[in-house]
Design a binder for this molecule. Sequence first.
Ligand SMILES: *[C@@H]1O[C@H](CO)[C@@H](O)[C@H](O)[C@H]1NC(C)=O
Ligand SMILES: *[C@@H]1O[C@H](CO)[C@@H](O)[C@H](O)[C@H]1NC(C)=O
Length: 384
Amino acid sequence: MYLILSALTICSNAIAPHVLTQGPFTQPKETLQFKQLLDHSDPANTQTCQQRYHVYSQYFNPIKGGVILYICGEWNCQGVGDNSLPFQLAKDLGAIVIALEHRFYGQSQPFGADSWSLKNLSYSNVHQALDDPAYFILQLKRLKLHKSIALIHQMSLHRYAIGGSYPGALSAWFRYKYPHLTVGNLASIGVINTILDFWQFDDQIRKSTSKSGEQCPLYLQSLNSYVDKNLKNFNTKKAFKESYRYKKMTDNQFKWLWADTIVQMIQSGQRTKFCETLESLPSIEQMAEYLRDIALSRGGSYKQYGAYYLRNETVYQNTIFRQWYFQCCSEVAQLQTTPQNKESLRSYELHQIGGENGAMMLTLRVKQFGQMREQLKPIFEDCI
Ligand SMILES: *[C@@H]1O[C@H](CO)[C@@H](O)[C@H](O)[C@H]1NC(C)=O
Ligand SMILES: *[C@@H]1O[C@H](CO)[C@@H](O)[C@H](O)[C@H]1NC(C)=O
C-alpha cells in the first residue's frame, strides 16, 4: 500500500498527483494575490513576486475556529476540490481554509513569461517553497488583506498546514522548519525521501497485475518486447512512432511512455478491466492497439516524456511538466527504474543504458536539463 501511494508523486507520472485537490471546485472562495519575497535565502533581496491564494470562509466558526493552510504544489492551483480532506477537517474544526499556490505553477510565476528559463527556475527549490508559506503566515498576521484574515489576526487562532503528495512532504518539512507557525500539520502521502533507484515501484505493479491471473504480467512483458522489436526494425520504426503522433521522442523516451501507460492503468484502479481486455484480444498487435488508444486518449501528457517538449520555455498556466521535472531532477526525485534481476514491466533495454544503479530515469531526465545533474543532491538531510 505504501509503495502505491507514495508512487503518486513519482517523476514520470501523468496521474494527477493532486489527490487531495481534484475538482469539482464549486465551493465559494475569494481569490487574491500575495506579494511574496522572490528570494528568501538573501535577506538583502527585497524583490517581490505575485503568489495566488484562495480563501474559503464558509466553515469558519469564530468561537472554536482555526486556520487550515492548504499547501498546493505540482499543479495549477485552482483551489481546493469540493470533496477533499481540507473541507472535511474545516467543518470539524470550524476552520477557514487558505490554499496557497506553489511558486512557478499556475498563475504564480515569479518572472512572468520569463519564469521557465533554467536560470530563473533555480528560484524553485524546497527551501524557497517552505519559506513561502512561512512568510505568507507571518504577513497575514501583519497585513489586513482580507476580512476573515483580519479576524484571524485578532483572534490568534490555531493554524494547521496540510498537503498531499509532494506538498505532503512540504507539509511535513514545514513542521520541522517552522514548528512555531502551526500547531499541527498533516502530510498525506508525504513523499519525504529522495529515491534515485525506485525499482520497487514497478515490482509492486507487477505483483498487483498477477492478482488478475498469471497471464496478465506476461501480456505486459510481451507488449514491451513488441515495442522493442518495432523500434529496432528500421523499416517499421518510423511508421510505428508516427502512429502515436510522438515523432519528437527518442526510442527510449517512447519506451518510458509506453511502460508508464501500462503502469498507470494498474495504479489508477483499472487493473481488472485492463487485464480482462488484454485477455479478450486475439493478438499482440491488437493488444498494442488497445494500449495505443489509451495513450492517445491522454491528450498532451505524453509531452512529459520527451526532452524536446520539456525544453520549451514558453510559460503556460496549465502545464506543469517543465517545472515539475526541474524539481525532480534537482531535489525531489523518485525515479522509477527497471528492477534488476527481476521480472520487469519496463523494457529490459532501459536498464542497460542507465548506468549507475540502473537509474535510467535520472539519465534521461537530467539530460533534458543539461547542467542540472551537477546540482542533484538529496534534500532530505538538509531539510530536517
Ligand atoms: C529571468 O527573468 C527576468 C525577469 O523577467 C528576465 O529579465 C531575465 O531575462 C530572465 N532570465 C533568463 C535567463 O531568462
Ligand atoms: C511551446 O509551448 C507553447 C505553449 O504550450 C506552444 O504554444 C508552442 O507551440 C510550443 N513550442 C514548440 C516549439 O513546440
